[in-house]
Design a protein around this ligand. Structure first.
Ligand code: HXC
Length: 284
């Protein structure tokens, strides 16, 4: 059964706004990543989904392609973002098969709950490697294509561009500190810092680079790992001022916004999509 639009995209966006453009996304078969990809494909983009598991990645690509007649969505499995060479080969294949890379989401991430006392140096490094080094590798592998996209897509209205957009996936833990998440907090803080440098180095080429920081998002592998879905619903939303957990659609809509013409002047920043949850993070 196909996924209803209301689960991955609000009704405010116009069909076709991403026609003839290509999204390259790591972690695109995951819960948030597949919603981001569905939203972009629904609005006209073709997409290349990158993941470790061949089966999961190829199946996700097939499912997501169903959102729009004629959509081209390819799944490239067997790619670990910790390996620059495998990512570079995937980016090259994406351009060969789909023609370009215009938008990138660095969504691959690793997480588990562990106190510092229970984290081996290798466990800490595993998350830094997947999140931070993986994002750097994604930048390295795709940035030449994003520069080309920006050059091909000048914006006649403002003298800028409408292509060449990079979004990384952050979190809010490092704003306050978060017990049991030292590895993820450090990894995501580094990603935010990295986006600032990318924005400064590549802004002059018309490429933008931003982070999206999701809060507690319902139904994701991350939240399954961090908070049991069996918790009393009232307890689960306690602490989020807006009174609910986020949905994958909230993150997909934010991604569409940053990639769309409405987001052309957003560069080098973090868009927090968390209902202001981080402002009460850790409070009783
Ligand atoms: C302590 C742990 C551990 C745990 C693994 N390790 N799990 N230590 N507590 N629960 C340790 C291992 O013992 C090992 O250290 C080291 O971490 C690496 O483990 P491996 O299994 O060899 O690594 P690998 O196969 O590469 O797996 C990486 C992983 C795994 C991060 C550990 O969980 C993974 O692949 N995750 C990908 C999917 C995922 O996590 N998705 C959720 C993303 S959500 P030693 O010393 O024994 O060698 C997300 C949300 C962010 O990121 C926040 C949102 C609000």
């Amino acid at each position: 059964m196909s996924v209803p639009r209301s689960e991955y995209l609000s009704t405010v966006w116009k069909d076709g706004i991403f026609a003839n453009r290509v999204l390259f996304i790591t972690g695109g078969a995951g819960s948030i990543g597949s919603a981001q990809t569905r939203a972009m494909v629904h609005l006209g983009a073709d997409a290349c989904i990158i993941g470790r598991s061949v089966e999961k990645t190829e199946n996700a690509a097939k499912e997501i392609a169903k959102v729009r007649n004629g959509a081209r969505v390819i799944g490239i499995g067997n790619v670990d973002v910790r390996s620059y060479d495998s990512l570079k080969a995937a980016a090259d294949r994406c351009v060969k098969e789909l023609g370009s890379i215009d938008y990138v989401v660095a969504g691959a991430a690793g997480n588990f709950i562990a106190p510092i006392a229970g984290l081996s140096p290798n466990a800490f490094k595993a998350v830094i490697d997947i999140d931070t080094i993986g994002t750097f590798n994604t930048i390295k592998a795709t940035m030449p294509y994003l520069v080309e996209s920006a050059a091909r897509n000048p914006n006649p209205n403002d003298g800028g561009t409408t292509g060449g957009r990079f979004v990384s996936t952050s979190a809010t833990f490092h704003y306050t500190g978060m017990p049991l998440q030292s590895h993820v907090s450090a990894a995501k803080a580094a990603i935010d810092a990295l986006m600032g440098s990318v924005a400064l180095e590549y802004g002059p080429f018309g490429v933008t680079a931003n982070s999206i920081a999701p809060g507690a998002i319902e139904g994701t592998e991350g939240m399954e790992r961090l908070a049991s879905s069996k918790l009393d619903p009232k307890m689960r939303t306690k602490g989020v001022p807006i009174g609910r957990w986020g949905s994958v659609r909230d993150i997909a809509d934010a991604t569409v916004y940053v990639f769309s013409d409405a987001g052309n002047y957003i560069n080098g920043t973090t868009l927090v999509v968390d209902g202001a949850g981080w402002r009460r993070q850790g409070a009783a």
